[in-house]
Design a protein around this ligand. Structure first.
Ligand SMILES: Cc1ncc(COP(=O)(O)O)c(C=O)c1O
Length: 465
């Protein structure tokens, strides 16, 4: 395997210096000087690994941004993109169509649960969420319930950065700089069992019912005639992989049916094998009204997202009289659609969903061994999607103060993982967690490598709190 050479010559400023002058990085604190710290510049990927411009190798522990499902360096995806760009680089799906969007829509309709057969393409997860909310509003306007427009979402959930998606996001700090946001959103508890109310800590099922019933309560408080939808991730990423307690999603479905409220499953992260099935809702056996997805749809080789809606929601738009007045230039881009089709071929050929199901127990076991560390409060998740919650006191589950969390996560853990060869993420949007979600091709070797680096870093982290 080749290690890449630096892309800058001795007379040229380094990539890091050039980035500092012009590249406005996302969700990034830019400092005038980096105080001796390097800006990592990633130049190559192969399988589960990435390399920086100094030739250093890292295990890609979160599939870059929860999306490189099939791993890096798949030339067949590059070739699919090149073929499509040569044949038809671009054409919109506004009133006309192109073959790859048609083929991909057909394929996704077959893969999606129930009668979620109508595929509205976007370029991202955030756009898919925007589309879902707008569809919910217009659908009810067209079907005699025009006052239904509010959406209920869960605490600490992240649904994207466009104004609508951000309004649904349950992370106050991410929203404050942009307020006022879109009105009409309501927050309910998520399914963080580790932080369940005291009286429910011993009973997962009862906790799930309690959490689901908060949705019914919110609908009642807001007025059922005003509520259009509930949006939730089957396994919530932000806060650290909150899995749904048994019976929870079923109860949410029941509540949505009772109040004629649409159930939107935001599967931007959980779809395409992340938890061992194409859509997580299939694994949990509950059919929502809408699925939003992106990321793993192309394994990150091209940008693409989708809102997948049920036949019922498409019906008012199927009679030649009403138009869903919504769209994006890049939605269903031919090159992205071609890449998605080739990506799904890899899933089929290599049995990647089954691979995750076959390996998830070993992955869970390997990560759970970290529980002996004093700083590890909880290890939770499913499939290839886990969060490790860090605590100050295991017995009381006491979390870190903001300053401690800053010192611990930003000051040490993230950097130490990286310098030890593991790219993954520490996150304090909820309580502090380390998130791990390797490419679906990862196996025992990568699990061990990941756990060994985490053990080293988290052991030391405990000494510097
Ligand atoms: C659950 C969820 N929804 C929406 C988004 C937004 O996706 P994008 O960044 O593609 O707009 C994300 C991004 O991580 C996500 O995790």
């Amino acid at each position: 395997m080749n290690t890449p050479a630096s892309h800058s010559t001795p007379n040229e400023a380094s990539y890091a210096d050039r980035a500092r002058k012009h590249l406005w990085m996302h969700f990034t604190r830019h400092a005038p000087v980096l105080n001796g710290e390097e800006l990592p510049v990633i130049v190559k990927g192969d399988g589960c690994y990435i390399w920086d411009d100094q030739g250093r190798r890292y295990l890609d522990g979160i599939s870059s941004l929860f999306n490189v499902q099939v791993g890096h360096g798949r030339t067949e995806l590059a070739q699919a993109a090149a073929r499509q760009a040569s044949e038809l680089a671009f054409f919109p799906i506004w009133g006309l169509a192109h073959p790859r969007a048609i083929e991909l829509a057909e394929r996704l309709a077959h893969l999606a649960p129930g009668d979620l057969n109508r595929i509205f393409f976007t370029a991202s997860g955030g756009e898919a969420v925007e589309s879902a909310w707008k569809l919910a509003k217009q659908y009810f306007k067209l079907t005699g319930k025009p006052s239904k427009h509010k959406v209920i979402s869960r605490a600490v959930a992240y649904h994207g950065t466009p104004h609508g998606a951000l309004s649904l996001t349950g992370i106050p700090a991410a929203k404050v700089p942009f307020e006022p946001l879109v009105p009409s959103t309501v927050r309910v508890p998520n399914t963080n069992f580790y932080r369940a109310p005291e009286h429910l800590r011993e009973d997962l099922f009862a906790f799930g019912q309690w959490a689901a019933n908060r949705i019914a309560e919110a609908i009642e408080f807001e007025g059922p005639d005003s509520v259009a939808a509930v949006i939730l991730e089957p396994v919530q990423n932000s806060g650290g992989c909150f899995t749904p307690p048994p019976g929870y999603l079923e109860r949410v479905r029941e509540i949505c049916d009772q109040y004629d409220v649409l159930m939107i499953a935001d599967e931007t992260i959980t779809s395409f094998g992340r938890i061992g099935t194409t859509f997580a809702m299939d694994r949990f056996g509950v059919t929502p009204d809408i699925i939003t997805c992106a990321k793993g749809l192309t394994s990150g080789y091209a940008p693409l997202g989708a809102m997948i809606a049920s036949e019922r929601l498409f019906e008012p738009f199927s009679q030649g009289t009403n138009t869903f007045l919504h769209g994006f230039t890049w939605g269903g881009h031919p090159v992205s659609a071609a890449v998605a089709l080739a990506n799904l071929d890899i899933f089929d050929r290599e049995g990647l969903n089954q691979r995750v199901l076959d390996n998830e127990e070993l992955f869970a076991k390997t990560l759970n061994e970290l529980r002996d560390l004093p700083i590890v409060g909880d290890v939770r998740g499913t499939g290839y999607f886990y969060g490790i919650e860090l605590v100050k006191d295991k017995a009381t589950r006491e979390t870190f103060t903001e300053a401690e969390s800053e010192r611990l996560l930003r000051g040490y853990v993230s950097k130490a993982m990286f310098s030890n060869g593991l790219y993954c993420r520490s996150d304090d949007r909820g309580d502090p967690v380390v998130q791990v979600a390797p490419p679906l091709i990862a196996g025992e070797e990568q699990f061990k490598e990941m756990a060994q680096i985490l053990r080293e870093v988290l052991t030391h982290a405990w000494t510097i709190i």
